[in-house]
Design a protein around this ligand. Structure first.
Ligand SMILES: [Zn+2]
Length: 347
């Protein structure tokens, strides 16, 4: 940064003018360096329009195991058949009654949440936690056989599309209260406490009621499930809570990365069944080639937002705060140059 010559008035009059520009030049270089080194903003540009409950099989991006807090699965977006989180632990490690496994990344917050719920007189338990792809095939097929596939897809995610497969989706229950599915769990003490407080511990209800209190919700593309919560971590959960959006809307708008090729390549929805699931799965695996290719160019890092940000170069790659800082810097530089000019003319 020592490009500026020391100013020695009187000694080297010929260089005085140039020296006056030195502060402006230094400032410009500092601003340029800041702009160049500023990491991608937290909210990388998403695909754009939120699809209106499109049914499809597109691999979600990001979906590295380190990207857990911003990985979105819904009716359209999915993970692979062999997506198995590497850090699944029994929910008892979080000191919560019930069975099943969740990702270790959620244990501390879940323990704190269970403790707080108990202290509030609304103890919670776990009804259902991690499910493998194969288990989701069983569950979805069971519903489809019972009520027809068209009905099943309104209240059960197809295999690959379930937050349970992420190891971050949990169906909670009242401690010792049994199956939370019948009735409206949100009207129980535990259900109400969770609805109001879970976000403080990184958990958010994935499937709230629709507009006007309907059971079907266009924003989540699933029926109301007061018992089903997704762990996002405290930071993202707080953002979702503040935004007033559903998890699906929030992640889609702020973190989900796909491109038009990937979306248009969506294959017809596979109907998982005991006999045909294997061949249909392989169809789905080959269809959305682009998001997979993008993954390989941007391997997961410890920071999911940086990883996703670096894999895109959209017009909104520079965040608003950076732009404002840049503009302010530019104004400062112009002012300094202007002052230098006017002084020179006054001489
Ligand atoms: Zn669930």
């Amino acid at each position: 940064m020592d490009i500026a010559e020391p100013t020695r008035p009187g000694l080297r009059p010929a260089r005085r003018g140039r020296a006056r520009y030195a502060p402006a030049l230094a400032l410009a270089i500092v601003i340029a360096a800041l702009l160049a080194s500023t990491p991608a903003p937290r909210s990388a540009q998403a695909v754009g329009r939120l699809p209106s409950c499109d049914l499809g099989d597109v691999y979600t991006v990001p979906r590295g195991y380190d990207d857990w807090s911003v990985t979105l699965v819904d009716r359209l977006l999915r993970v692979e058949k062999d997506y198995v989180p590497p850090d699944l632990v029994n929910v008892r490690e979080a000191g919560i009654p019930g069975g099943g496994r969740i990702r270790a990344v959620a244990v501390d917050d879940t323990r704190a949440m269970a403790r707080a719920a108990r202290a509030a007189g609304a103890p919670i338990g776990v009804w259902s936690a991690y499910r493998s792809y194969a288990e989701q095939v069983q569950i979805f097929n069971g519903y489809a056989q019972q009520n027809g596939r068209d009905s099943a897809i309104t209240y059960s995610q197809r295999p690959g599309h379930s937050e349970h497969q992420l190891g971050l989706g949990v169906d909670f229950m009242s401690a010792g209260g049994g199956n939370p599915l019948p009735g409206d769990w949100a009207t129980t003490a535990a259900g109400r406490w969770m609805r109001d407080n879970s976000w403080k511990f990184g958990w958010v209800n994935s499937y709230p009621r629709g507009k006007g209190g309907t059971r079907w919700n266009d924003r989540t593309c699933l029926r109301y499930e007061p018992w089903h919560y997704r762990y996002l971590g405290r930071a993202v959960a707080a953002e979702v809570h503040r935004s007033g959006l559903t998890i699906r809307e929030y992640l889609w708008r702020n973190h989900t990365l796909l491109d038009s090729t990937g979306r248009s390549a969506a294959s017809p929805t596979p109907t998982p069944s005991a006999t045909a699931s294997t061949s249909r799965e392989s169809t789905a695996t080959t269809a959305p080639a682009t998001p997979t290719a993008r993954r390989t160019t941007a391997p997961p890092t410890a920071n999911p937002t940086l990883a996703t940000g670096s894999s895109t170069s959209t017009s909104s790659g520079v965040g608003a705060p950076v732009l404002v800082a840049g503009l302010l810097g530019l104004v400062g530089v112009l002012a300094l140059i202007g002052r230098a000019w006017s002084r020179r003319r006054m001489r």
